[in-house]
Design a binder for this molecule. Structure first.
Ligand code: ADQ
Length: 476
């Protein structure tokens, strides 16, 4: 049979186009990439099955030239693996939240079991010539399991979130097992050079320096693993066109009318403690305290859809945000002015881009983020003739490329308050000059080049992978 070179993407969650549910950056990025290449997307359907029902084979549907193969996962296994090990252990640890991190053997075993299940159900669907691209921290052991089934196809792994320094990683009892699992892939990709260096540092700490070449290839046991930096981007022209079109839609117009001529500050984040929302709310309160001249002239719209509600840390941050926004509104609101509008809901992506186009300032202040697509979407959505200003945390992957944003330390609430004032008072010429450079950075490295560069590395795993588009990808 002739090789098909079909792309098989595997991620924890598969996002069918236009399906309801909390969106995430991974789904947005993979869907945009798959629209260009076609192929198969394999993963969890988002539905759980009763524990005693057994696992049924994946459900197959086709849309927009993409085959979606989705699995249901038994309830307890899912709870322990997804809410437990993936989001109670790996997510906080990889985002440097050592005090929010926990480890439990049963949860780790469930995580391994889900990966074994993915491998077992995926293998019968594979064809000769497939390129297999596995995404993110939920599926680190999948490559090893596929190899055990005899899969010899090129296997790539991309980590969407930060990779922590070894001194943080080693808090995890199973850290050497996970590191060994990553060496089952042919290509392991990261968002920034800092992440890649942390990974290589962990390899060195565990197995010595001699197995790492100067170009970041690891040769260990019978494996040869290429590492690379592949910063994820956005579909710049599609976002720009969608945002311009969405501005005249009824929903975006309704939001605009509600502003009563006030200037719009915006934040869009999944509700997550890594996104720096509490510090951001505090910074806005400081800004209102220190800049009375802006009272009743700005509205801060924060959109933060809920997800991962079974993880207790998420319930805590949700309560804290409700209290904080209530306090600010209580302190500053007037009969015709609500300083913060805080919404826990999803919007169609195009509507969101329309909101972003109308914003004079976008606040993206995570305390740690692999990349952050919202920062890039905001830049792409702006009107180049009258663009808004991006305030961006220096602890995001995006800060390595978007150096013309107002870069802030996300814990420095006074610094963020100052940046807000600077953004609102920035002259048009400076806004345009900054926006032009930001847009050029997006164009150098959009969603298509992310996906093409990764696939190129996967097709030729022995070629040298560059450090990432000639950009400075060392985190600020
Ligand atoms: P996330 O942590 O989910 O992604 P982000 O990169 O900002 O974060 O992506 C969120 C996506 O969801 C954006 O495309 C945004 O527009 C969309 N979105 C958010 N809220 C929405 C809402 N209410 N309605 C509709 N759409 C909404 C993870 C990593 C990031 C990395 C991405 C991609 O944590 O660091 O950038 O993967 O690799």
């Amino acid at each position: 049979m002739a090789p098909s070179n079909r792309l098989v993407n595997v991620s924890n969650r598969v996002a069918l186009p236009k399906a309801a549910g909390a969106p995430g950056g991974l789904a947005v990025g993979v869907l945009a990439a798959m629209r260009a290449s076609g192929g198969m997307w394999f993963g969890w359907s988002g539905e759980i099955s009763p524990d005693d029902a057994g696992v049924s084979p994946p459900e197959i549907t086709s849309r927009e030239g993409i085959t979606f193969a989705t699995l249901r996962i038994p309830a307890t296994l899912h709870e322990r693996s997804y809410s437990g090990f993936a989001n109670g252990t790996l997510w906080p640890l990889f985002h440097y939240f050592l005090d929010g991190f926990r480890y439990d053997d049963e949860e780790y075993e469930a995580y391994q079991a889900v990966n074994a299940l993915f491998a077992r159900e995926l293998v019968p669907l594979l064809r000769e010539g497939d390129l297999i691209w596995v995404h993110d921290y939920h599926l680190i052991p999948l490559g090893e399991r596929l190899r055990e089934h005899g899969v010899r196809a090129p296997l790539g792994f991309f980590l969407h979130i930060p990779f922590p320094h070894y001194e943080v990683l080693r808090a995890l009892p199973k850290c050497a097992d996970l590191m060994r699992a990553l060496l089952a892939y042919d290509v392991v990709g990261f968002q920034t050079n800092t992440d890649r260096q942390s990974f290589l540092g962990a390899v060195q700490a565990l197995w010595g320096r001699d197995c790492i070449s100067s170009s970041g290839v690891i040769e260990l046991w019978d494996r040869r693993v290429q590492t690379g930096v592949f910063p994820i981007g956005v579909d710049v022209s599609a976002i720009s066109a969608n945002a311009a079109r969405a501005v005249s839609s009824a929903r975006v117009q309704r939001m605009k009318e509600g502003l009563l001529g006030r200037r719009l500050l915006m934040g869009v984040d999944r509700l997550d403690y890594s996104k720096g929302l509490l510090e951001r709310f505090e910074a806005y309160r400081r800004f209102l305290e220190e800049c009375p001249e802006h009272h009743n002239r700005v509205t801060y719209l924060q959109i933060a859809p809920l997800g991962r509600q079974n993880v207790s840390a998420y319930a805590r941050i949700r309560d804290a945000l409700e209290q904080s926004s209530g306090r600010t509104n209580g302190q500053f609101a007037d009969v015709d002015w609500t300083p913060i509008r805080y919404l826990n809901r999803n919007f169609p992506h195009a509507t969101l881009m329309g909101f972003l186009r109308l914003a004079q300032v976008c606040l993206v202040t995570p305390v740690r983020d692999g990349m952050n697509l919202v920062a890039k979407e905001f830049v792409a959505a702006q009107d180049p003739a009258d663009p808004g200003v991006l305030i961006l945390s220096d602890r995001t992957g995006a800060a390595c490329e978007l150096t013309e944003a107002l870069l802030v330390n996300p814990y420095d609430t006074r610094g963020i308050a100052r940046a807000l004032k600077q953004a609102l008072e920035m002259p048009l010429a400076e806004r345009r000059a900054r926006h032009e450079k930001l847009l050029a950075a997006l164009a150098r490295n959009d969603i298509h080049s992310w996906h093409e560069r990764f696939l190129e590395a996967l097709r030729r795993p022995h070629a040298r992978v560059p450090d990432g588009c000639g950009l400075n990808l060392t985190a600020a």
